[in-house]
Design a protein around this ligand. Sequence first.
Ligand code: MSP
Length: 740
Amino acid sequence: MNNSAPSSERYYLTTPIYYVNARPHLGHAYSTIVCDAVARRKRALGIDTWFLTGTDEHGQKIERSAEQAGRTPAEFAAAISGEFRGLWERLGISNDDFIRTTEERHKRGVQKLFSVLCERGFIYKGSYTGQYCVSDEAYVDGPPGTPCPDCGRITETVSEENYFFKLSAFERKLLEFYDANPGFMGPESTRREVISFVRGGLKDLSVSRTSFSWGIPVPGDEKHVIYVWLDALANYITALGYGSDDPKDQARFARFWPADMHLIGKEISRFHCVYWPAFLMAAGIPVPRSVRANGWLLFDQGKMSKSRGNIVRAETVQEVLGADALRYFLLREIPFGQDGSFSFDALVQRYNGDLANGYGNLVSRVVNMVHKYFGGVVPDASALTNAETALRESAVQAIGAFGPAFDELNFSEALKSLWLLVAETDGYLTANAPWKKPPERSDADHALLQARVLATAAEAIRVITGLVYPILPDSAAKVWRQLGQGEIADAAKNSFLTTLAWGGLKAGTKFGEPAPLFPRAEKDAVERMQNIEDQNNKSVIEAAGGKSEAPAAATASPSVAPTAPEVNAEALAKGTLTPTTVVPVDTAQPIATAEVHQVPAALESARLSTTPPAAPAGAPLTPATEAVVAEPQHISIDDFVKVDLRVAQILVAERVPKADKLLRLEVDLGYEKRQILAGIAQHYEPEKLIGRKIVIVANLAPRKMRGLESNGMLLAASLPDGAPVLAGFLEEVPLGARLK
Ligand code: MSP
């Protein structure tokens, strides 16, 4: 099956293509940084490398996000895709190509793949009724109301005439393939999971949809669009040129396919290790050589993701500590394949410990001393002692150990062992103290010692710098210049890693000017990063019209579907909320004084948050308090339309065990069913709510309460005693109708 050019000549690696429903955050940056480091090392080893990343722009999820943002899917996708591309440029990511699935070259390739699958008899038309998770764009086994096993959201029942891919025909073939190619997928946990999934039996897979149109049409049957995962996975071949008649594209495809490594997040291994090889086998295309799954970056205990509202942006770290600090932290701190926690404290600690005080300080001491004692020219190190031999041996060992660990993606181990060499060089320098001449040592002897020690330490630094270049490209470039080695990017083009060995720093080499590498992060660095994030969140919230739990990234421009604000819990608790409010009820918080039904909650809490405290909780509504409310910060109609208020009907209502205020509701929006948690249990009997039509904020970021996910919040007025009264209608209204 794998019969193209051997890996030693060329290397093709890919990141997942990122959904454009959310702006990039550190979780995305992690996958891309891992690939970038690998690509840089491969190139510096003289391997013809092709590194692809891009954006996944089709599907119902994007279509809905765009609608919620009041934009066309194409505009919306272009804006967010641009943010990904911009971030990679800013971080110095060295991708060779960036594919957008809305590009013509991709569409052409996907349609060709679909046609080939049809021609070869692996696609047929049938009808399907089942559960679908829009968020994960995945089919789920189970009865209506089944939550998605991956994200916990309630699935939607879809019933359509679809095209099906004969996945069932690949059960045996895949198992045989995994058996014959033990290195195909990793880490071991992923391998085990995938194999047990396939052993559990494979059903044919629906590969088209008719219920929405934002996708690539099925060739010859345009009312169907191609299943978003078939569309997305194909990016790995369409970007190379699959489906193109241009000989240049065909040559690139022939050269680089099959991929050497698809780097993915662990949650998408089924798509990459089961569906993707099956599609390729069916189409007669070689399968990739390996798929490697990274673990999740956690923040505040949970997977960093837009829907949890716990994201940190890569730009924030870059701004305060630089991109290399982020790269180092992610690769050193997280053993590849495992989940790892991100925190500003841990980041700053590593930065100061390993980079500022460790490597950076070592470089600066040595470079400065070579300037001070030898006019910036590398001295001749004659009459070596055991100390130099020992350091040389350690360096040779580091060269031998670093590559294999790195190539196994054990970045953390590779860096750990390299930093032993940093520490040893530091110790060597301190032990020999070339800056200090004891009175009994002659000037000539001291000059010899200085020459020997500084030349040896500088050589160790050169080795360390060469090895660490793929992980710290900017800093390594600076050190390379300071060591008089020229541009490390040129050295990489000349495959310098193939010949990196002890002894490369020649006496007489003129050093470059010393320049700061990693200025020590002061105490306020954590605070500064937190402030940047808070500031950013605040501007996004202001743009969205209130307090948000799931802020998106940068303040500028259109993009991400805004999230509706929540009731200001702190103000509520303190009783500082002004009256005249319709309170969104999705928490078990006490509810403040309120009335009036006309103003959507999102807008109301926006202005409440900027209004000075007025009446105490429970105070009667007086003209005076109204006067305070009458000085709102106005929002524009554009802000208003961002809040997606919809009519929904309660299908299921039940108490949440051990939470006396919470009800779990399943509501029908007409176009989908959802689970919502509401803090109304003390005021409404669950069984009396069934069938009732209510109003919900439909585009509020999901969040978890008592381990259950709440997808939206319902609206209620709050009476003076705190009792909620659900918003409703006197006339008949269809489910899903929008309030505007
Ligand atoms: N579009 C699909 C992938 C299609 S590939 C043919 C998708 N997109 S995604 O934007 O939701 O996620 C893409 C990748 O981002 C994940 O697989 C993972 O590599 C990375 N991550 C997003 N959040 C992450 C963390 N919190 N931690 C680590 N990686 C994360 O799935």
